[in-house]
Design a protein around this ligand. Structure first.
Ligand SMILES: C[S@@+](CC[C@H](N)C(=O)[O-])C[C@H]1O[C@@H](n2cnc3c(N)ncnc32)[C@H](O)[C@@H]1O
Ligand code: SF4
Length: 379
């Protein structure tokens, strides 16, 4: 039976962080949240009919802040998914959380309904920096949440960190990495802070209120992070992700390996049977139509799309891509397909940015620094 990863989007946050342009709104209102959950349940019911031939081996409840939902709401969602889809035994089921919204009761509920992976938005182990970027929690809240999560039985935990935060120094980044590793999570995501247009942080930048990290400083912190985590026993397996052995996020691996995934909720993207589609981002419309609004975008991939996507998602993985898999999927050899780009590709290889070993092609660590330029060759 074919496998499917399910993504469920919860677009609510207690307070918007100053840097964030994810599809999420400040909303703590139980009734609004419940209407949204009702629409999610209906969409699950509609979609499961279309994909009856699949079994679900990963679920990722992401946001926004899924842990903002009140007790019982996550249980309703998971129950509905289990009733509607065929579930694989030992499916990976992740929920994203913000330490400012987690409680012992919620964590116990997550475990009870079978959630076995917790992703915690930590960002930094420095209270001043947390305040500066508008987080609703302190370092102590992070420690409390992680302790409660372990007590509730979570042994597969991810911590999200960010570097190049305004006011970040190499020393502060080092201290955050050290404290993150002391918490002993299975998985650590480390993102370079992006200045997103329309966010308060971007406005502050435009008004000259702070100097963002230079490219050199940003890259220095990035490589420092990778080396630190490697020495602490984590394997760097994707541009922004490291995990203990066997601790990779199976759901996210689907995105980087062009496997099927189905998105539920506003703004959610899907890739099923070679077709990409996405849901409306309008929560009013989504609730009014009870999750049945049809698609906002719908693209049947051309061969060129497939090849480009295979390359630029696959090269995010540190192990890179398999040329024989390319041929199997595309029906033509990598070298034939990219013959017109061969000189450019060779130049990246000769200059140590791309590595070709046997059947494998991957970005080198210095290649990651110019990954956008390299990936542009393939799309
Ligand atoms: C949906 S949020 C995670 C869960 C929860 N909402 C939280 O923030 O605690 C996913 C992650 O994206 C990262 N992120 C969000 N905006 C970012 C930005 N502008 N630049 C880099 N990373 C960002 C943060 O590390 C965040 O934890
Ligand atoms: S980083 Fe997380 S908590 Fe902050 S606004 Fe974005 S989704 Fe919400």
């Amino acid at each position: 039976m074919k496998k499917l990863g399910l993504y469920i989007h919860i677009p609510f946050c207690k307070k918007k962080c100053v840097y964030c342009d994810f599809l999420s709104f400040e909303c703590d209102d139980f009734l609004v949240q419940n209407k949204y959950v009702d629409a999610i349940l209906n969409e699950v019911e509609l979609k499961c009919r279309e994909y009856a031939g699949y079994s679900v081996d990963t679920i990722f409840i992401g946001g926004g802040t899924p842990s903002i939902l009140q007790e019982g709401q996550i249980e309703r969602i998971i129950k509905k998914v289990r009733e509607s889809f065929r579930m694989c035994e030992n499916a990976e089921i992740t929920i994203e959380s913000n330490p400012g919204t987690l409680t012992r009761e919620k964590l116990t509920e997550y475990r009870r309904v079978g959630i076995n992976r917790l992703s915690v938005g930590v960002q930094s182990f420095d209270d001043e920096l947390l305040k500066l970027i508008g987080r609703i929690h302190t370092v102590e809240d992070v420690r409390d949440s992680l302790r409660e999560a372990r007590n509730a039985g979570f042994d597969n935990i991810n911590i999200d960190l960010m570097f190049s935060i305004p006011g970040h120094s190499k020393e502060k980044w080092h201290a955050t990495l050290e404290k993150a590793v002391e918490m002993d999570p299975q998985h650590i995501s480390f993102y370079s802070l992006q200045l997103e247009e329309g966010t308060p942080l971007f406005e502050a930048f435009k008004q000259g209120k702070f100097n963002p990290a230079s490219d050199e400083e940003d890259r220095e912190m990035y490589h420092y992070g990778i080396n630190f985590l490697k020495e602490a026993g984590y394997q760097h397996y994707e541009i922004s992700n490291a995990a203990k052995p066997q601790g990779e996020c199976k759901h996210n691996m689907k995105y980087w390996s062009m496997q099927d995934y189905l998105g539920i909720g506003i703004g959610a993207h899907s890739f099923m049977r070679g077709i990409r589609f996405s849901n409306t981002s309008d929560i009013r419309e989504y609730i009014a139509e009870s999750g049945g609004c049809g698609y906002k975008t719908y693209t049947v991939n051309s061969i060129r799309d497939d090849a480009g996507e295979f390359m630029f998602t696959g090269l995010r993985k540190v192990e890179g891509i398999d040329l024989s898999e390319f041929e199997q999927r595309l029906g033509t050899s990598f070298f034939d397909f990219y013959a017109p780009e061969q000189d450019e590709i060779n130049e990246y290889i000769n200059n140590g940015f791309l590595e070709l070993r046997g059947d494998k092609m991957r970005l080198t660590e210095k290649g990651i620094d110019i990954s956008n330029d390299i990936m542009a060759v393939f799309v």
